[in-house]
Design a protein around this ligand. Structure first.
Ligand code: AMP
Ligand code: FE
Ligand code: FE
Ligand code: ZN
Length: 280
């Protein structure tokens, strides 16, 4: 049983279209994937449609919501969501609108700093999906203002960069609630990156969080062991994925490259089977 439960498409800052991700996952022999775009569920219908041609592959509807705490960003994954839920869609649309405004402001700030980036080009790179800083970073690299996405983040558009601008974000607790209300299961994404993890996990568990993304991109065995212990302590399910974006090798890993223990996948599937929304 091979799974990858964290994948981005052109509906957010991934390079491949949903149908291309589905085809690639199938070619790689994966049994289960989840589409988890930032603040968007728009990749799910085309992914489910494409999955009809690959009956051995289960495609789980998901989302990744970027939230904020004073200590830093926290990403919440929602699995098995009802992607047609009106309240979920309304909230996601608000987040995308705020990303659009923030993106324009960052372009203006870069212009003030002498870096001329065409907003239309950023929109083109986002191909109608959720606008993210990786799109701005790509436009910066194209224009020669940075040599890599990583450098664009480090110098200009990362949290401590000179052109960084905040946007309105939910708190992790709000995101957990939003996902639960849309019939989904909230998971904490790439938890090892969170500084205040030990304090955050019990609060989110109390709010209804279902699990932790223990197996992630290039997490070391010691990181994984620490997260497994945390999951056990709070009776949380474990998940995992590559966070594949396909932009360059600084964000996430390759599709299907993260080893998820079969037992973890089985627990995940049994949850899927209990939720009729999942299996198309
Ligand atoms: P945003 O969604 O606009 O807040 O941008 C965050 C996204 O940018 C993350 O989900 C990653 O895909 C990507 N990202 C974050 N940090 C970096 C970095 N240092 N280098 C390259 N990409 C990054
Ligand atoms: Fe991303
Ligand atoms: Fe993330
Ligand atoms: Zn992600």
């Amino acid at each position: 049983m091979k799974a990858d439960l964290h994948l981005h498409t052109t509906a957010s800052d991934g390079k491949l279209r949903p149908e291309e991700i589905v085809r690639k996952a199938s070619q790689l022999g994966l049994d289960v994937i989840a589409i988890t775009d930032h603040d968007s569920v728009e990749g799910i219908p085309p992914a489910l449609e494409a999955a009809k041609s690959f009956p051995q592959l289960l495609v789980i509807p998901g989302v990744e919501i970027n939230t904020d705490m004073p200590q830093g960003e926290v990403h919440i994954l929602g699995y098995f969501i009802d992607y047609q839920d009106p309240e979920l869609n309304h909230s996601l649309e608000e987040m995308r609108n705020s990303r659009y405004e923030r993106g324009r402001k960052m372009i203006a700030k870069l212009a003030d700093m002498g870096m001329d980036i065409d907003w239309e080009r950023v929109l083109e790179l986002a191909s109608g999906g959720t606008i993210g800083r990786p799109h701005i970073a790509q436009a910066m690299v194209e224009r020669g203002y940075s040599s890599s996405l990583q450098e664009a983040f480090a110098k200009y558009i990362g949290r401590n960069g000179s052109a960084y601008i905040e946007r309105k974000k939910l708190t992790p607790l709000d995101a957990v609630e939003l996902i639960l209300n849309a019939g989904g299961l909230p998971f904490l994404a790439h938890p090892a990156d969170i500084a205040h993890l030990e304090a955050l996990v019990p609060r989110l568990k109390k709010a209804g969080m279902a699990g932790l993304e223990v197996y992630y991109a290039n997490y070391s065995p010691s990181k994984i062991a620490r997260l497994q212990a945390l999951a056990r302590r709070y009776n949380l399910i474990t998940s995992g994925g590559s966070d594949y974006h396909g932009l360059d090798n600084t964000i996430g890993a390759n599709i299907g490259s993260v080893d998820l223990p079969p037992k973890s996948v089985e627990q995940f599937i049994s949850l899927a089977e209990r939720r009729r929304t999942v299996i198309p």
